[in-house]
Design a protein around this ligand. Structure first.
Ligand SMILES: [Zn+2]
Length: 61
């Protein structure tokens, strides 16, 4: 049996994140802390998520 969702946890706030099926390299937003997370690996229905560095202060000049 396979599930139609994947589970992972946010590396920042450790919130459990459930997503539809995703592939490596796709990104989601953590529902809790709103960080952008990238799928580094998918294994047995578990997502390995990594923070994506977002430049918030790159608008100047
Ligand atoms: Zn989070």
């Amino acid at each position: 049996m396979s599930t139609s969702t994947l589970n992972g946890s946010c590396p920042e706030c450790e919130t459990d994140v459930t997503t539809p099926p995703m592939a490596k390299g796709e990104t989601i937003s953590c529902p809790e802390c709103m960080l952008t997370l990238r799928v580094e690996d998918v294994q047995d229905g578990r997502l390995a998520l990594q923070m994506v560095a977002v430049k918030l202060r790159d608008w100047g000049q």
